[in-house]
Design a protein around this ligand. Structure first.
Ligand SMILES: Nc1ncnc2c1ncn2[C@@H]1O[C@H](COP(=O)(O)OP(=O)(O)OP(=O)(O)O)[C@@H](O)[C@H]1O
Length: 361
């Protein structure tokens, strides 16, 4: 396990009590405001001394209250990325990066700097001061600084939440490269569902100081009991690009079923994760004919979860689990119940480029 956390901590009116083990990849701490996400992150960072608990990263005990172990933050080989970047304003980009490598083994330094600069595309910014950078550029430098120490774990506290949608879209691919190419493990706080769908390998759901669910991203996000409301609810499926057609359509295959999207900048053979919002999925009996929607996924209902006047339905398909939000009336007319055979009609995978990301692990 990359990270093992067992924590109990009381603030006036708030009690945190969580225990989890995180596999390699990106573990997203997800949950409503005040559920304890930042408190967990702060305890791992060493910014909070927990009342009780033990934290182990890559085999190293960072904190163990039973044995009086508490490594100070600067002795934990962690990279930290904050919401607002927190670069040193009086230092150039290069100096900010070099500050980050302070605790790295001496031999690894020059090579790491070149790799980090290249990977984040910040070579042209090295002599600039943070004040002259855009928000997205600043956040790329902050990611670079976190990487420079060769951390065993990166802690990211809502690293995109201060950015607008375009800047988010600019930064996400870099975070995906950290996850997929450098394979740096991350503990990542977020409350934006599309971001979670893009970046998470594992999702840890917190509620009022408790861990209520931990599991692979695709599993947790497609669980109707935890999927959230509005456009938040959506499932995650893994698809492989099979062909680009001359009429501007990219064909993918998910579990043997074809999916069609407007041309994607990906090569045949590339594996992508797709988020399909529950609000964009209709259900039908049998296999409907003559529809403009291109993506039809036949499956079996294996979860029904009422949400006010609507119902969130989970359909197990060969492509993976898909969620659909329909009205209670439609659910009754269609005979929605566990075991019912229905077809999911995906209306608008096509309109959600931000919902297409690199592979799911
Ligand atoms: N230093 C502190 N002293 C007292 N209470 C605190 C302290 N830090 C956090 N809390 C309380 O602990 C609870 C959890 O806070 P925390 O910041 O971990 O939540 P969060 O899930 O990260 O929320 P958000 O999404 O709003 O950042 C809140 O009720 C908060 O008021």
């Amino acid at each position: 396990m990359t990270l093992s956390v067992r924590l109990r901590h009381d603030f006036a009116g708030f009690a945190l009590d969580v225990a989890f083990e995180a596999p390699p990849g990106v573990t997203v701490l997800f949950g409503p405001s005040g559920s304890g996400k930042s408190t967990v992150l702060n305890a791992v960072a060493g910014l909070l001394r927990p009342d009780h608990g033990r934290i182990v990263v890559a085999g190293e005990v960072l904190s163990d209250t039973a044995r009086g172990v508490f490594l100070p933050p600067h002795h934990r080989r962690l990279g930290v990325i904050f919401q607002d970047g927190r670069l040193f304003p009086h230092l150039s980009v290069r100096q900010n990066l070099r500050y980050g490598r302070w605790f790295a083994p001496r031999t690894a330094r020059p090579a790491r700097e070149a790799v980090v600069v290249e990977m984040l595309g910040i070579g042209a910014l090295l002599d600039r001061r943070p004040a002259t950078l855009s928000g997205g550029e600043r956040q790329r430098v902050a990611i670079g600084r976190a990487l420079m120490a060769g951390p065993g774990l990166i802690l990211a506290d809502e690293p995109l939440s201060a950015l607008d949608d375009d800047r988010k879209a600019e930064i996400l691919p870099y975070l995906e490269r950290l996850r997929d190419e450098l394979q740096v493990p991350m503990l990542y706080v977020s409350h934006a569902m599309p971001e979670v769908a893009r970046i998470a390998t594992t999702v840890a759901l917190l509620d009022r100081g408790r861990l209520i669910r931990l599991g692979p991203a695709a599993e947790v996000l497609s669980d109707p009991a935890f999927a959230g409301r509005g456009r938040e609810a959506g499932a995650l499926i893994l698809a492989t690009v099979t062909a680009h057609h001359p009429d501007g359509v990219t064909e993918l295959s998910a579990g043997g079923l074809p999916l069609f999207l407007p041309t994607l900048p990906a090569a045949p053979g590339d594996r992508l994760r797709l988020r399909i919002a529950a609000a964009d999925v209709m259900l039908a009996q049998g296999v409907p004919q003559g529809l403009s929607a291109l993506n039809l996924l036949p499956g079996t209902v294996d979860g029904v979860h009422p949400q006010g006047d609507a119902v969130l339905v989970r359909l197990a398909t060969p492509a993976g689990a898909v969620l659909s939000r329909i009205t209670r009336r439609s659910a009754a007319q269609l005979g929605v119940r566990p075991g019912a055979a229905l077809t999911a009609i995906v209306k608008s995978l096509s309109h959600a480029p931000q919902d297409v990301g690199t592979p799911l692990h």
